[in-house]
Write a protein that binds this ligand. Structure first.
Ligand code: WQD
Length: 340
């Protein structure tokens, strides 16, 4: 069964492509390589042991999308990862984010409709909740005005999909990711931040391997047990598995309404200092860090209530934080051509 994977060479996309193949699907990858490289395609093919169909195209290009759907004929569904995702950059360059993330989504939905492809899994984010008082966060927590243009593109993206589903045969499942971390155990694919990493774990692994001098902990005066922010860090392979299970639900027409929304997290919160301690224990590397001022736009605490996805999809995160940290470290060593 052919499934179009937009952004399939990205961090979450590449791991989901591996899980899809392992579950008997045929992924068709489209990626403009603006935040990934064709090297990732070769690594995925090494992991799965066979070639993949790849189109180096941009989802904002409706003609290119139309050609792909015509060429591939029987695409049965789409998993839409392709989007710009750096919170800070979106504040400086909102138009890049509205073009990439919103125009891209509208073009994709239009071409899907023209080709009667009605199944979509959408990559959303817990960032749509903004700062939530009550923890853990449930799917019916109010979606607030997100704190960044990036977060707004996810909120508006969800609303666009819901409107299209109301007026067409579109069936969609929106997955609100918490904080994806880790890498495939082969260490052949993982998180490839271009430039200075914005996210915590890539900065930690680059510091531990000597690329960065030290980690700055953004804020130590938050109202949390150790004063640092708390997040729900989920192994990227658990996240990939959630996409496969959600896709099977759509393919088997088991969904209970044409739009379903699920939080995808571990249900546990971990602070920045706890991440540092756990990383040092798992890797036996000491991590130089300093306390620094808070980062604009950070929420104090966010971790998922995963009751709904546990019940409806039978999915639960399987991997431990230690497994995530160990896999991220092995990946960093591999791309830094270092040995353990
Ligand atoms: C986690 C914690 C930082 C770097 C964002 C997006 C979310 C998703 C994941 C795309 C925070 C602290 C970080 C550093 C630090 N992105 N930190 N020093 O901000 O929770 O989520 O990335 O889908 O949508 O919002 O993740 O990894 O940037 O930060 O102290 O050098 O680590 O302050 O408390 P975040 P993050």
């Amino acid at each position: 069964m052919k499934i179009l994977i937009t952004g399939g060479l990205g961090f979450i996309g590449s791991h989901t492509v591996v899980s899809l193949v392992e579950n008997g699907f045929t992924p068709i990858i489209i990626d403009n390589c603006s935040n990934s490289s064709e090297e990732v395609l070769m690594q995925i093919e090494t992991i799965i042991g066979k070639p993949l169909t790849f189109y180096k195209e941009d989802v904002t290009d409706g003609l290119a999308l139309d050609r792909i759907f015509t060429t591939e004929k029987d695409i049965k569904g789409v998993i839409h990862f392709a989007a710009a995702k750096a919170v800070g950059e979106s504040v400086e360059n909102p138009l890049k984010y509205y073009h990439n993330n919103i125009t891209g989504l509208v073009q994709l939905l239009t071409i899907m409709q023209n080709h009667q492809v009605n199944n979509m899994i959408f990559s959303s984010s817990c960032t749509v909740y903004g700062q939530v008082e009550k923890m853990p966060i449930t799917e019916d927590a109010p979606v607030q005005a997100p704190i960044s243009p990036y977060g707004n593109t996810k909120k508006v993206g969800e609303e666009i999909i819901q409107d299209v589903a109301k007026s067409s045969d579109l069936q969609a499942i929106l997955l609100r990711y918490f904080n994806p971390i880790g890498a495939h155990p082969s260490a052949l694919i993982g998180e490839l931040p271009l430039g200075v990493p914005q996210n915590l774990l890539p900065f930690i692994t680059q510091t531990a391997v000597g690329i960065r001098e030290k980690l700055s902990v953004f804020g130590s005066d938050y109202p949390t047990p150790d004063g640092t922010c708390i997040r729900d860090y989920i192994h990227v392979l658990d996240l990939a598995d959630a996409h496969v299970i959600a896709l099977k639900r759509l393919m088997n027409q088991q969904q209970e309404s044409n739009i379903e929304i699920y939080n995808i997290g571990t249900g546990k919160g971990t602070s920045v200092l706890e991440m540092i301690t756990a990383f040092e224990e798992v890797t036996q590397q000491s991590l130089p860090y300093e306390m620094a001022p808070r980062r604009e736009g950070d929420t104090t605490i966010a971790f998922a209530d995963t009751t709904l996805v546990n019940e409806k999809l039978g999915w639960k995160a399987q991997r431990t934080l230690e497994e995530s940290l160990d896999s991220a470290w092995k990946w960093q060593l591999n791309i830094s051509n270092k040995t353990l």
